[in-house]
Design a protein. Structure first.
Length: 617
């Protein structure tokens, strides 16, 4: 059923190919490709600031146009049933600003008609409306309370600032700074934008703020303190990274520019110029166009690639492996960030997603980096110190419910997800999730001495067991989606298997994975699953999701099965030899933001094939 000799040859070929991609500093750098939102943001800034880089502006215009569909709309994943209203608005506005596109072109006319038919600008998501408001295209909300209460709440406020997720706070602070001051920068494209803006008579622009429930909740509270503007300024300035970005995100940096402008900064102030340069530094090329990565993935890619190479049999003594590990060791974080609010007794020791990230570590990157440096610990006293700090930080970040969040411990108050904001549960809180909990559990079971008898492992197992779906699957928050979550949970539980309950969970999950396999041996799941919160097949296979499913099944079965063999044969088929870019596999925000990791078609098939070979040889 399995041609182990062919698998071995393929492992060697793919490993050599990956090693050839290593950079001089030991890192592996592949593009993090997201929707055109960030391209639109940068293009608008370059135009407003009259940036003297016309080739860059043209490249951004061409990139945005390249993603427009024949129906005139833009989508955030290929099989999105209709256009995505918010990203279509962002792209349309940016192209209008550019004045390099004929707005009466049939495709632009179709885009305009689509936006109008969907209810206009006021029906966009919250961040898109903030993008429109900071540019004077739609008005800021009218509220009977000071919106600054959300950032500087009085004692009686039901919402505390640090109850919100770190990524929500990072975007809300600059947005609310501009909102409080009714601040905007005049836009240059009134003729084609005003008709889509609507008016208040046809309904509120900001239903999240302009509704009776929210008004009753906050209107009885005193206004935010007079020191709030200084606090907001300090919050942003203290979180600017060396490259000028706000916590290494293009989107938060875009809003920071307007937030600081609203607090009195001039357009030529060094912080704002450096911020725009920071966004420019996030550009990457897919071979045809430059595009703006919302957050480059050098740490993530390097960690995963080193792990996959080691799993494939590349020696830990290999010079390139050791060079990559040193790169990771040099980027372990040593500063205290916002995570200390809920975990102040723990010393820094995590890793972030981007190379420039020094303040915003996350649990997934930390377990990924620790996997790779584990091979170096026995020969390097320095790496042993890093290892101990990393393990301590990772264990300290476990939520009280037993699972792991992405960024901060116990920012998981479920009632915040009930606030009338679209995707509130995904954006405002950072709860335990199956994908990260499973991956941390698999790391602990494979690389440490912890067992099911140790509290962190036992708690994680119990959390996963209690969150398994009736069909045997788990939902994955940061990947697409049920295949991703199930793979992570299964491989995690498999490292601590032994009880009948665990085996039942694994058996049910395995049957579910086998039930959704395509006839050609592949697996494929649509991003539609993410918004619907139920599994929706893609209709064809993807290399990445097939690798996840194979890896999960191999962790369950002591002998190769037909589904595993069929999946492996799919990965080894000649038409998949070249690492063509795959379907989006990463999820940032359901229905709004998906990621095509250019590294994933190299990493995950190699990892899955390695595990199959090592287990069944």
């Amino acid at each position: 059923m399995l041609d182990l000799g062919k698998i071995k040859m393929e492992l060697e070929r793919r490993s050599d190919e990956l090693l050839s991609c290593q950079q001089a500093d030991g890192s592996f750098r592949f593009c993090f490709e997201n929707p055109v939102t960030t391209d639109a943001y940068l293009l608008v800034l370059l135009i407003i600031w009259k940036w003297r880089d016309e080739p860059l502006k043209r490249n951004l215009v061409n990139r945005i146009l390249s993603k427009q569909g024949t129906d005139g709309t833009w989508r955030v994943y290929p099989d999105e049933k209709e256009g995505n209203l918010s990203v279509t608005i962002e792209a349309y506005v940016a192209l209008c600003y550019s004045k390099s596109v004929n707005m009466e072109d049939p495709l632009m006319t179709k885009a305009r008609e689509y936006i109008s038919a969907e209810g206009g600008f006021k029906k966009a998501n919250l961040l898109t409306r903030a993008f429109l408001s900071v540019n004077g295209i739609v008005p800021w909300p009218r509220t009977p309370f000071d919106p600054g209460i959300l950032l500087d709440p009085p004692i009686l406020s039901p919402i505390k600032f640090y109850d919100m997720s770190s990524y929500a706070r990072t975007h809300f602070v600059p947005i609310i700074a501009a909102m409080r001051n009714d601040f905007y920068v005049s836009h240059p494209c009134n003729q084609y934008l005003s008709p889509l803006s609507g008016n208040r008579e046809s309904g509120p622009f900001w239903p999240e703020f302009e509704n009776d429930t929210v008004s009753r909740l906050f209107s009885g509270l005193e206004a935010a303190s007079s020191s709030l503007p200084a606090k907001m300024e300090r919050y942003m300035l203290d979180r600017i990274e060396k490259d000028g970005t706000l916590l290494s995100y293009a989107s938060s940096t875009f809003f920071m520019v307007y937030g600081l402008l609203s607090l009195g900064y001039s357009k030529n102030s060094p912080a704002l110029i450096k911020a725009i340069e920071g966004i420019i530094s996030l550009l990457c090329s897919n071979g045809t166009h430059l595009f703006v990565q919302n957050s480059p993935s050098a740490i993530w890619d390097t960690s995963l690639i080193l792990y996959s190479l080691l799993e494939a049999g590349v020696s830990p003594e290999n010079r390139q492996i050791q060079q990559g590990i040193r790169f990771l060791l040099n980027h372990q974080q040593s500063k205290k960030g916002d995570w200390t609010v809920h975990c102040g007794h723990t010393a820094p020791g995590g890793w972030g997603f981007s190379e420039s990230n020094t303040l915003h570590p996350d649990t997934d990157d930390t377990q990924a980096a620790l996997r790779s440096i584990s091979t170096y610990v026995r020969v390097s006293p320095t790496s042993l110190q890093s290892w101990n700090k990393g393990i301590t930080w990772l264990l300290a970040m476990q939520n009280d419910d037993g699972g792991w969040p992405a960024f901060e411990k116990n920012t998981n108050k479920e009632w915040l997800g009930l606030i009338p904001v679209k995707n509130a549960a995904d954006a405002l809180i950072d709860p335990s999730n199956a994908d990260i909990t499973g991956r941390v559990l698999e790391f602990l079971g494979s690389y440490t001495d912890l067992t099911i008898n140790d509290h962190p492992v036992k708690q994680a197992v119990n959390w996963l067991k209690s969150h398994q779906g009736p069909d045997g699957s788990w939902y994955g928050r940061w990947g697409v989606c049920y295949i991703y979550g199930t793979w992570a949970a299964v491989t995690g539980l498999a490292t601590v298997r032994g009880s009948v309950i665990h085996d039942q969970s694994l058996e049910t999950a395995g049957k579910w994975l086998e039930s959704i396999q395509n006839k050609d041996g592949s697996w494929g799941e649509s991003c539609l699953s993410d918004d619907a919160k139920t599994y929706i097949p893609l209709g064809y296979g993807t290399v990445v999701q097939t690798a996840w499913a194979i890896d999960a099944l191999a962790s369950i079965h002591s002998r190769p099965t037909k589904p595993i063999a069929d999946g492996v044969n799919y990965l080894l088929s000649p038409n998949l030899m070249a690492p063509a870019f795959d379907y989006p596999a990463g999820s940032g925000l359901p229905g709004a933001f998906y990621v095509l990791y250019h590294s994933y078609t190299r990493i995950w098939p190699l990892t899955a094939l390695s595990h199959v070979y090592r287990k069944y040889v």
